[in-house]
Ligand binder design. Sequence first.
Ligand code: BV8
Length: 252
Amino acid sequence: MDSTASRLPIEQVAERLRAATRVTVLTGAGVSAASGVPTFRSSGGLWRNYSALQLASPEAFARDPHTVWEWYAWRREQIAACVPNAAHTVLARWTARRPAWRVVTQNVDDLHLRAGTRDLVRLHGSIWELRCWTGCADSRRAWRDERVPFPEMPPRCPHCGGLARPGVVWFGESLGEADLDAAVALTDCDIFITAGTSAVVYPAAGLVHTARSRGAFTVELNVESTDATDGVDLAIRAPAEETLAAVDVLLS
Ligand code: BV8
């Protein structure tokens, strides 16, 4: 029997990581689940019977900014009570130890940043940042506001007094060009790990396939099978925080 096949999946991952120079990890809401952050598509992911798709769009915000802000304010309140879990702390340690090991996240909770992840690529922005909805000249960039709750709802732009919007990328909006370019560049790697994502949101969901087409060994860490499962080299059906912690022990 091939010795690789007889090894535990986490041993296979650890062995490949030891030999790897460039490692890229794409994370989704599942890596924050153990911290208590509601995911989008598991049962706890809904809010007042809305789906993310109905609220996370410029059209929804234009139609009803107050309800959209209530959803974000509720999520900010949830996330403010959460702390990074082992998935965040292991990945942060890896990026500190090996600069060519990078994290690309779809998450907007900033738990990777709070864990100390170096050079994080954030594809969908941050729930802790705001931008001017009217796009006034003085607020070309997002600003950070971590107040929970907001003193005024909906929050206003400090520059023009107009409506502020969450500093996230909504459905139907393009990702930041520099962020997407960085993520695509990081698909040129030895190992690409996709962790805690249902792999339905593009262009993020396409990254693992691009990495494999460029020769990366691809690994999926998820508690369920996803649209990406059949396309990866190794799928480990377990909580990402447990798998990453176990692999980290083998690397130590
Ligand atoms: C764009 C910010 C160009 C907001 C989010 C093809 C190409 C390009 C675009 C498209 C395309 N097809 C369709 C589109 C349009 C759209 C899209 O992908 N739609 C989907 C629904 C089909 N994409 C876009 O609009 C993107 N823009 O491409 O621009 C363009 C412009 C105009 C028109 C067309 C194209 C922008 C997408 C960004 C949307 N913004 N977030 C906010 O957060 O409020 S996406 C949102 O979903 C979050 O960022 C989240 O991260 C992301 C993905 O969800 P997941 O992270 O995967 O979370 P989910 O709950 O789904 O899954 C969690 C998984 O974890 C589950 O599998 C679960 O089993 C697992 N899990 C749970 N616990 C654990 C675990 N796994 C491991 N361990 C555990 N403990």
